[in-house]
Design a protein around this ligand. Structure first.
Ligand code: ADP
Length: 483
């Protein structure tokens, strides 16, 4: 199969979140399995800095935007460590700036124009590739119009191709004013409640959901949750209508980067059969974060500081948690109000609570390796990566039972301990009490070393590599082409 992957970000070229990890990792096992992958993304300013070699293909594509022809330059490079061609769509005005979607002043005002251009430019370029396209795989709102185009303006060019849209987070939909239908060059008949219209505006993600041949989410549980008003962000009805085409495929983790046996960013290595290095990692984490080097349980958290991640629950739980003889290490950035509240706590509980407000990849690795427990009280979590990293590093996750967290962490009960399936602690109600309940259960087990060791061992033995997920994508693509 020839698969076009189109995304607004991909590791190692540009990243703001989990989307980049997925799109940077998924093509590798698919290529190893013999598929031909062409990955397309914008040529941001940061790409010029991150890509080791960039070649101009001299292909130029022309996209009409409300009567003005805009030209895209197609540059190319390879995805590191894989036989995958990456194509970058260059356009000075749209992509040669700091930031991917916005800056400290907010979202860029021309995001609609930028991503309509990018999506059409990819389709124009794909037409000129020597191998015919079998699958067009797009991700999130930025490229969600691709399935709409493939069945309208580009119906002839891609008659034999099938389209797949992966939903990484329903809370970002690409909602713009209705006149952007003109910018997109799409027929006004599509501006109705059954297609692209959403409360009087144009909704890119809705268009993709309606037109794609298949939809995927990044965990099975999230694929069910988003069909309900609580998680569907207004699109639950459209998603429920298309549920026969909606599949949940769990993300993997890149074990070249995240494994305690060979992580280059941690002070000592360890494995399920020899955990001595983890003690050194804990001591180093305490030292680095200014906490006393004592043999007490250390709770870690690495997060965007947003409501989604349950930071309010954390704030509610901290005073009671810190009454115990424990330490808490938090790394995060985001909402300035939540940041301020956490800073107040850090001052009040100095010596027990360490807070680092930054995006610090090395410290993230050190926390995963050095902490005993990991806190993830998310309100919703499409997949979540940190709980999977925690399991790999013998850091027992305490999670809210939602989305990918529910799919990857097995609650510790008498029964699951006996069956050796327990890997962490889960709570359901979105309340401080429920969160504290799970925390206290973890402390009880922590104080029984035999049980604690078994729990950690169960988690470390979990397999979260990308091969299984890639095989499921390939199976889905094949099924679409045969159907
Ligand atoms: P989301 O994509 O919703 O932010 P995920 O758990 O899927 O959440 O992935 C977040 C990724 O970003 C993880 O690899 C996590 O370690 C990393 N991360 C989040 N915040 C920080 C931070 N402040 N510093 C370093 N890494 C961070």
């Amino acid at each position: 199969m020839h698969i076009i992957e189109m995304s607004s970000e991909a590791v190692p070229f540009a990243k703001t979140g989990g989307l980049a990890d997925v799109v940077g990792a998924l093509p590798k096992p698919m290529a190893r399995a013999g598929q031909k992958i062409s990955l397309f993304m914008p040529l941001y300013r940061s790409v010029r800095e991150a890509a080791s070699s960039l070649t101009d293909t001299s292909i130029r594509v022309h996209v009409p935007l409300a009567g003005v022809a805009e030209t895209g330059e197609i540059w190319t490079s390879k995805l590191p460590g894989a036989d995958v061609n990456v194509f970058f769509v260059g356009h000075k005005e749209f992509f040669d700036r700091d930031g991917l979607y916005g800056n400290s002043a907010g979202d860029f005002h021309d995001n609609s124009r930028r991503f309509i251009f990018f999506t059409r430019a990819v389709l124009e370029a794909a037409k000129s590739l020597p191998a015919p396209v079998d699958i067009i795989h797009c991700h999130d709102w930025q490229t969600a119009l691709a399935p709409v185009y493939a069945r309208t303006l580009y119906a002839n060019a891609f008659a034999g191709a099938r389209t797949v849209l992966t939903l990484h987070n329903l809370s970002f939909q690409g909602i713009f004013w209705h006149w952007d239908m003109n910018l997109a060059g799409l027929p006004w008949e599509l501006f109705d409640w059954k297609h692209l219209e959403f409360f009087g505006k144009m909704n890119f993600l809705k268009g993709g959901i309606v037109f794609a041949d298949a939809l995927t989410t990044v965990s099975p549980r999230y694929s069910i949750e988003i069909q309900t008003p609580e998680f569907g962000c207004g699109l639950e009805g459209v998603l429920a209508e298309r549920r026969d085409r909606l599949h949940g495929i769990l993300n993997g983790i890149d074990e070249d980067v995240w494994s305690p046996e060979r992580d280059s960013k941690i002070p000592a290595h360890f494995s399920v059969s020899d955990l001595s290095g983890k003690r050194a990692c804990k001591a180093q984490l305490q030292k680095r974060t200014g906490l006393p080097e004592r043999n007490v349980p250390v709770f870690g958290m690495i997060s965007r500081l947003t409501e989604q991640k349950g930071v309010d629950l954390l704030l509610g739980a901290l005073p009671a948690l810190l009454e115990d003889d424990v330490q808490v290490v938090i790394l995060g950035s985001g909402d300035s109000k939540l940041q301020g509240l956490l800073q107040e706590f850090a001052r009040r509980f100095a010596g027990k609570l360490s807070l680092t407000v930054a995006f610090d990849d090395r410290l993230a690795h050190e926390i995963e390796a050095g902490a005993d427990m990991f806190l993830m009280p998310s309100r919703f979590e499409p997949c979540g990566l940190n709980q999977m990293y925690s399991l790999r590093y013998g850091t027992v996750p305490i999670v809210r039972e939602t989305g990918g967290l529910a799919d990857t962490v097995v609650d510790c009960t008498e029964d699951t301990m006996q069956r050796r399936t327990a890997t962490g602690f889960r709570f359901i109600p979105c309340t401080v009490e429920a969160f504290l309940g799970a925390i206290h259960r973890s402390l009880t087990v922590y104080r029984r070393p035999d049980q604690w060791n078994r729990l950690r061992e169960n988690g470390m033995k979990q397999k979260f590599g990308w091969d299984t997920s890639a095989a499921r994508y390939i199976e889905l693509f094949r099924h679409l082409l045969e159907g």
